[in-house]
Design a binder for this molecule. Sequence first.
Ligand code: PAF
Length: 283
Amino acid sequence: MQTIRQIAMLRDAIAAFRAAGESVALVPTMGALHAGHIALIEAAKRPGRRIVASIFVNPRQFGAGEDLARYPRREATDSQMLTRAGCDVLWAPAVEEMYPNGFATTISVTGVSDGLDGAARPGHFDGVATVVAKLFNQVRPDVAVFGEKDFQQLAVIRRMVADLDFGIEILGVPTQREDDGLALSSRNIYLDEAERPRAVALPRALGVAAREIGRGGDVATAMAGAHDMLSAAGFVIDYVALVDAETLTEHPEPGRPLRLLAAARLGATRLIDNVAVDMQASA
Ligand code: PAF
């Protein structure tokens, strides 16, 4: 695996793949890799396809007072994991390479970015959309792979790709979980010994509420139950929301695919998770 830090060298490497008739997949990450990221690499693999993984802790998607300074950075370990997973290029630009002096452009995807994490973390999705657009222009992949754990992020990126005619296939990969159900996340390492067992209340609360709604149960009661389970575990809730799985609007029209999303803080750690609501369960 080559590690590349300059855009000009990245372009040369990609051009060599293209000259050999190979396609290119991009797996954007902020590093601190875990099995969830490796599942993205696995999903990207095809014969004749090269895989570029990016590691860039993007300052523009962290708000004031968020965890930019303490976000885990461990490129040596990440690099070993990517090599073992069969990645071809690690694209790891410095902040100055990504955002040189005078950088002045922001991409804002309205609508799908507005609620949920967009409301809880103002500017977050502008930062995500801007860096992902830059990564797309730097790598020019055929396909880019993202985890469904960041469900709103995936919807924002799909919207941006459609609106700006990127012509890149966006592949969403189901959330990878610990044995007890906690979604894998680079931020799980912030949880202390007392918090870690309580964190499982997040996927449990979502699972119970989603099954209840899927069985045709009262939505308000199911949502109140999820709030109660989270509060009992010590979470401070940012939101628990039932949304249209494509537009992410709340109060979805009957018959639309549904997704249940939540964000909540356990001590200093903010966790997000989401599950599909399978209305078939009511049949
Ligand atoms: O999901 C992430 O790790 C980041 O938001 C992404 C997509 C790499 C953009 O910085």
